[in-house]
Design a protein around this ligand. Structure first.
Ligand code: PMV
Length: 336
């Protein structure tokens, strides 16, 4: 084993075409179903982890977009420390660490920032500890952080989170590199200030929805269709699956006990506009995570036109344009 040192990793956020919604085992973060996603090339978290024998406790400093760096507190800090503990356990060391993490995208834009954050933390801490881990092992560790979708930010491009219900069999792998398909995801921010119920709480509530069994039955078909659509670069097929799967996820959230309504009036305005534009021949399809903002999936060649139209809607406050991106990479290693 190498001496613990310092490493930096950069990780992308990702957007799910087929959603992870519902946790079967909250300790290991094992999902009920498989999911499919694409890494976002412009929404990145950069994290440096430095193990230092002089520290009595872990230090966790977060710099969110547009804000000053400040120490993480409460649950946010506990989750980082728990993930460091998992990696220290593997390496057989007890040394405390200084963690500095920075986002280049607004945390309230409806982009799952925790996926990028825990993928970057996991890769940086593993490299700093000199752990030689495969991509699959890193993905499993990122999943165990509690932000399950972090496992999908490890491999490159278009990603399938496989799940056989076991710890070793629940990991993400790349099904196509980013350059496979010139696709775009335009995030249409309709409600930046809305504080919603976090996904962690709702992952535990899924079974209280009467519609949960119906979702569980249809998701395997969505996964197969999304993977085929990616392989064949078939936007209509992928778009239709994205919309069906997102609506199914939100039906479960809206009918859970207690229910959560993530959509706002702006969400519906964007959905209706997309339907209108599709009838005119401009193809953009929606998907929506645990918030009101809408991700519009389209061909990269049509992204400028769609982005301009989205910006012209009174409900849309701003947009962020992404293309398929690489996975998590270590940009600085001990001794480098
Ligand atoms: O990985 P979590 O716990 O942040 O949950 C992700 C939930 C969704 O973003 C709504 C869906 C997904 O698969 O990314």
């Amino acid at each position: 084993m190498q001496t613990a040192g310092r490493a930096t990793a950069v990780a992308p956020a990702n957007i799910a075409f087929v959603k992870y919604w519902g946790v079967r085992d909250p300790v290991l973060t094992l999902p009920f179903n498989e999911s499919v996603s694409m890494n976002l090339d412009r929404c990145l978290t950069t994290t440096t982890v430095a193990f230092d024998p002089r520290l009595d406790d872990d230090e966790v400093l977060l710099k969110l977009y547009g804000q000053d760096e400040r120490p993480a507190e409460g649950r946010a800090r506990e989750r980082v420390v728990a993930q460091l503990d998992r990696l220290r356990g593997l390496a057989g060391v007890a040394t405390r660490a200084r963690v500095r993490s920075e986002n280049n995208f607004p945390a309230d834009a409806g982009i799952a920032s925790s996926a990028a954050a825990f993928a970057a933390l996991t890769a940086a801490a593993a490299a700093a500890l000199g752990l030689e881990l495969s991509e699959r092992e890193l993905s499993i560790l990122a999943r165990r952080s509690g932000s399950g979708s972090a496992c999908r930010s490890i491999p490159a491009g278009f990603v399938h989170w496989r799940n056989d219900g076991t710890d070793a069999g629940s990991y993400a792998l790349s099904v196509a590199p980013p350059e496979h398909w010139a696709l775009a995801d335009i995030v249409a921010v309709v409600d930046p200030g809305v504080k919603s119920v976090g996904s962690a709480e709702n992952h535990r509530l899924v079974t209280s929805s009467a519609y949960w069994p119906a979702r569980l039955q249809e998701v395997p078909g969505h996964v197969v269709a999304a993977l085929e659509a990616i392989r064949e670069r078939d936007l209509q097929r992928l778009g239709e699956v994205c919309e069906r799967d997102a609506v199914s996820m939100h039906v479960v959230a809206m009918t859970a006990r207690p229910p959560t309504f993530y959509w706002s009036a702006g969400t519906l305005a964007v959905i209706h506009a997309l339907h209108r534009w599709r009838r005119e021949g401009l193809a953009g399809y929606f998907t929506i995570d645990a918030g009101p903002n809408v991700h519009v999936i389209c061909q990269a060649a049509q992204a400028d036109e769609l982005e301009a139209r989205l910006r012209a809607l009174p409900e849309v406050q701003w947009t962020i344009l992404n293309h398929p991106g690489p996975g998590t990479r270590v940009v600085e290693r001990p001794g480098s």
